[in-house]
Ligand binder design. Structure first.
Ligand SMILES: [Zn+2]
Length: 69
């Protein structure tokens, strides 16, 4: 008889707990495992960069047209 319970360690006291434990049975702290986000920084969308570049190009073209008149 082998027990195949998935265990995890309490990140606070280090005791082994069942995977489904919501709080530690020993130190009674919350163990809610939140999905870690790869980056908390608001990612600049590629679309925004393209719009920015196109806007700069258009601005430069307009300036050139005004200058070359
Ligand atoms: Zn604990």
């Amino acid at each position: 008889m082998s027990e195949e319970h998935k265990l995890k360690n309490c990140k606070f006291c280090g005791k082994s707990l069942p995977e489904e434990a919501i709080f530690c049975y020993y130190c009674h702290r919350e163990l809610l495992t939140r999905p870690e986000r790869p980056s908390l920084e608001p990612e600049l969308r590629p679309m925004n960069r393209i719009v920015l570049v196109v806007g700069i190009v258009i601005l430069v073209v307009i300036v050139f047209m005004l200058v070359l008149r």
